[in-house]
Design a protein around this ligand. Sequence first.
Ligand code: C5P
Length: 312
Amino acid sequence: MEQTGTQPTLHMLGRVKVRVPAKVNLALKVGPLGDDGYHPLGTVFHAVSLYDDLEALPAEGISIELRGEGADTLPQDQGNLAVRAAGLLRETYGVDHGVAMSVMKTIPVAGGMAGGSADAAAALLACAMLWDLDTQPDDLHELGSRLGSDVPFALVGGTARGTGRGTELVPMISRGAYHWVLAMARDGLGTPLVYRRFDEMHAAGEVEPGTEIPRELMNALATGDVAGVGAALVNDLERPAISLRPELGRVLDHGRRAGVLGAMLSGSGPTCAFLVGSEEQAMDLAAQMKTHPAVWSVRRAVGPVPGARPVS
Ligand code: C5P
């Protein structure tokens, strides 16, 4: 994808700011481990109103600075997915521009809400704009899918069905507003570790792999039946994650006892997501969840919201 046409004005835009949302999976159905080391998925992504803001400025090399809760635990070199995203874009388009990225994080770090993928998606969009590259949404989607399973969805947002590794997306029309309470448990839980536990439980006959998304969930989403969505939430990584961290089961039960429409682990955890019927109920539940000893932070969010987009 060499740049064609007139040479772009170097750093035509002096500064680009991109806002990108977190996600929960309304369904996360996991198939058996494939030869490529990945599990085929049947998933429904849903973008929620917790955001990271990435600001990009012209620079010589590629660098990143991260702020916000937990940011000091993240890599700021090639280990950072946003740095890799900028490098991949530069290489793909054969340009030699640089970027200084600054990220204000609100999406919980290592929480199962795809914060790292969100930053990579924001970096792709911000650098494409900053460097004035002739990119189409499909180009960024393809580059995103090479960076991580959740990156393409962070670009599109909304509610979308994902297959393959989760990178093949079909947007879904979902009616209604969804109010979420997100309870962050202490200490992150590595995604590969949870998938490995899923494989062990599969070998022991304790979980049944499968990628079919429950019809009840699809129907409830299509009709805006929020209670129906709550009842049909499913995450095949929940039991493996709970077997690694039993307190997550207790956090989910604590919310369920408070009377929610639905409760589930978000992605590979350890964030627990609760669906409720209104903002008032979300405020009440958030106050209750704060009292649980395994919970260190509680946030409220609504969905669906759009994917990565420039903000002034
Ligand atoms: O693609 P991503 O970087 O999010 O994946 C992290 C790890 O999670 C992979 O290296 C793999 O071990 C596991 N994974 C998987 N199947 C998927 C997605 C992730 O086994 N569909």
